[in-house]
Design a protein around this ligand. Sequence first.
Ligand code: TXA
Ligand code: MG
Length: 320
Amino acid sequence: MPIIDPTILKAQQLLTAGKVVAIPTETVYGLAGNAYNEDVILQIFKIKNRPSFDPLIVHASSIDSIKSFVKQFPPQARQLANIFWPGPLTLLLEKKSQIPDLVTAGLPTVGVRIPSHQLTRKLLSLLSFPLAAPSANPFGYISPTTVQHVNDQLGGKIPYTLEGGNCQVGIESTIIGFEQGQPTLHRLGGISVEAIEKVIGPVTGVKHATSNPRSPGRLESHYAPRVPLIIGDIQALIRQNAHKNLGILSFDKYYPAVEVKNQAVLSPSSNLDEAAKNLFSSLRTLDQLPIDVILAAYVPDKGLGKAINDRLKRAAVSYF
Ligand code: TXA
Ligand code: MG
């Protein structure tokens, strides 16, 4: 029998004992606990300071194990799962009673996914229960893509973080629901809409958060840094804000008018996947600098660029 990484065994032990542990996934780090245990779910909400009306995503190791806690797997969900799992796609499926209402904030559907990170897949395969795991950040702040990010904010509140390096996708999973048989996009994320539509045809967008208060991931202001963030034409914004200490979050180039150490370039080679991977780390780095404002521009609105632009928009909105 192969020897199992001792760090995985430690996580397994704590989770089995009803503790909450941070785990790596390919998208962002998660704050994980036994999805069947209400007390554990309450702990997750408390540690994150998350409102109870915001449902959690449940992570599992196989489609077979998911079948034990969802009522059905519609054909289109099956098609997507076959192609994109393990990976950054969450499917909203009708839940069975094993999943407490607390997990889904009273909704009849549960968000499920099989993550692709090797350590977490191994961990899930050793557990006798699935893991409910929101992103491991305080509610409303930027999601963590490194162990350092997790420890900076939640280190004192959890007994253990399973270290799994830097998240390779860097942006949360795409969420798809199947309302009345119609595939619906609930959150842009690590699998592009184009890739999903290639498999199941057109996907409709969800109504905005104001009409759907149960999905704070869709709230206008979310993923927000503390330093105000303004989106527009960076060159023009530099001129308009010349009297301030400026930080820049740019897609692919530096701006000579601003100190290099106050600038984050998401992808010097203009690659949207690389930009997604660097987005949250760059926002966090800028947020720690002694600057008055972060100036940013939208990236090309295709592929993962759509998810990046969605996060930028929410990071900015609270300041208008
Ligand atoms: O990539 C990810 O999805 C990461 C990693 C850890 O897996 N998780 C994550 O979880 O981003 P969280 O809790 O930060 O965001 C989950 C989003 C929330 O906006 C929530 O409203 C939505 O998923 N959600 C969960 N269950 C839902 C449901 N049944 N119906 C509608 N939205 C749901
Ligand atoms: Mg989150």
